[in-house]
Write a protein of this length. Structure first.
Ligand code: ZN
Length: 139
């Protein structure tokens, strides 16, 4: 069995952002040389997510509005976590809702997606460098 590991770095200019990272993950699959296996893609920070959904800008705005209703950023004082001096309690909650990681099958050297599936990095406390782990195992 072969294995492959890579970290992808992101530094979004905004606090909240969704980035389609499918091309980078496909590049990792090609670089790994693995034809049959599994790829795990996970955010390495507890205020960011990796999830699979549609590349459609209206839907991305819907995610952002829905998450803001579930866990509004302000008033900052509404969260106990922010008593530590941080201001990112909402980002921890949003990350938990959107998930830490995805696993995708690799078949004949390609990501074996269902219709319209794409992999996204979800940033909820950006404006600083953060990482995503790509781990591939297979043959
Ligand atoms: Zn925090």
């Amino acid at each position: 069995m072969k294995s492959y590991r890579k970290e992808l770095w992101f530094h979004t200019p905004t606090r909240v952002a969704f980035v389609n990272i499918t091309p980078q993950v496909e590049a990792c699959v090609r670089e790994s040389g693995i034809r049959e296996g599994l790829v795990l893609v996970n955010a390495m920070h507890i205020t960011a997510s990796v999830f699979i959904n549609d590349e459609e800008s209206g839907l991305h705005q819907d995610f952002e509005h829905w998450l803001e209703k579930l866990a509004p950023h302000s008033p900052i004082s509404q969260y106990r976590h922010n008593l530590t001096g941080e201001e990112n309690a909402d980002a921890h909650l949003k990350r938990t809702v959107m998930g830490r990681e995805v696993v995708v099958a690799i078949t004949e050297g390609h990501l074996d997606f269902g219709p319209w599936e794409q992999i996204f990095y979800g940033e909820f406390d950006g404006r600083r460098p953060k990482r995503v782990l790509v781990k591939i195992i297979g043959e």
